[in-house]
Design a protein around this ligand. Structure first.
Ligand code: PBG
Length: 309
């Protein structure tokens, strides 16, 4: 009766990886239960999530071709664009969120256009705007910029509005740290940088106050929702962000966080189901309205059986 925080399937956002082909569900080794799906299989996975009560998915794409600027990201017939159309047709109530970034589309694996060995912020902004408009034209509900370029929210908002997509919302990865916890994702999305790291655009894990400045910029620029990422190692930041801005706040329980639970459970060292749910509860307790998690469907099913902390 007096419990302060509750978990429900509609709090979860399920990440899905779209790849070319048909009839393919290729398991990701470091993330048990996670697959690269061809569009037909991705629709089946989303339908299973929907059945379990999960109402939104976050889409990533593995394109057929990569190049220096990541041009297949703004191809109107690109892999994520096709996934969005198929999802809208099969599951009209589902909220589709598209990750906006270039690391999956560039042949060097960095999140933007390179100039020498560094990412050129402003040249990347132009391309993000193109990618956003193409995803909106495909029918996406929410755009989620994860690249961490400065000024991207304003740029994307303006581009969307200019093209008549003022109803498309922006969920900004506003405080995204340069984290070692993204390792398994880079296998799933085939997006590891071919040299260097992402420290010139992602945040220093040591900085709590800077996170608030980063979020404030995105809010000013027009973000509708903000995200902190990773989740558990940054619950202090999440709590600050939720209290300071009062916007719908999301947290990304990232690949490494998920993989650690799975690995320990496989060894029989922890009860994986209970640890997953307690973890998601802790993220909600710290202030997240929404939790992006690879365990969304599992967690929803466990909740359906009447889980108690
Ligand atoms: C794209 C992106 C990344 C993740 C989400 N969007 C990888 C990165 O920044 O290297 C990571 C998600 C996860 O680890 O689950 N930039």
């Amino acid at each position: 009766m007096v419990r302060e925080t509750r978990l429900a399937p509609e709090d979860f956002i399920l990440p899905l990886f779209a790849r070319p082909g048909e009839g393919i569900a290729k398991p990701v080794g470091s993330m048990p239960g996670v697959y690269q799906h061809s569009v037909d299989k991705l629709v089946e996975a989303a339908a299973e999530a929907w059945e379990a009560g999960v109402q939104s998915v976050l889409l990533f794409g593995l394109p057929e071709h990569k190049d220096a600027v990541g041009s297949s990201a703004w191809d109107d017939d690109g892999i994520v664009q096709r996934a969005i159309r198929a999802l809208n047709e099969a599951l009209p109530g589902l909220v589709t969120i598209a990750d906006l970034c270039f690391c999956e589309y560039t042949d060097h694996g960095h999140c933007g256009v390179l100039e020498g060995d560094t990412v050129n912020n402003d040249a990347t902004l132009e391309n993000l705007a193109r990618q956003a408009v193409s995803l909106a034209a495909a029918g996406v509900d929410v755009i989620a910029p994860s690249d961490m370029m400065d000024g991207r929210i304003a740029m994307v908002r303006e581009a969307l509005d200019e093209e008549g997509f003022d109803d498309v919302a922006i969920l900004s990865y506003a405080a995204k740290f340069a984290s070692a916890f993204y390792g398994p994702f880079r296998e799933a999305a085939e997006s590891a940088p071919s040299f260097g790291d992402r420290k010139t655009y992602q945040m220093d894990p040591a900085n709590r106050r800077e996170a608030l400045r980063e979020v404030a910029l995105d809010v000013d620029e027009g973000a509708d929702m903000v995200m902190v990422k990773p989740a558990v190692p940054y619950l202090d930041v999440l709590s600050d962000v939720a209290e300071t801005f009062g916007l719908p706040t999301a947290a990304y329980h990232v690949s490494g966080e998920y993989a650690m639970i799975k690995a320990a459970a496989e060894k029989g060292w922890i009860d994986g189901d209970r640890v997953l749910l307690e973890t998601l509860l802790s993220i909600r307790r710290a202030g997240a309205d929404l939790v992006v998690t690879y365990g969304a469907v599992e967690a929803a099913k466990i909740l359906g059986q009447g889980w108690e902390p």
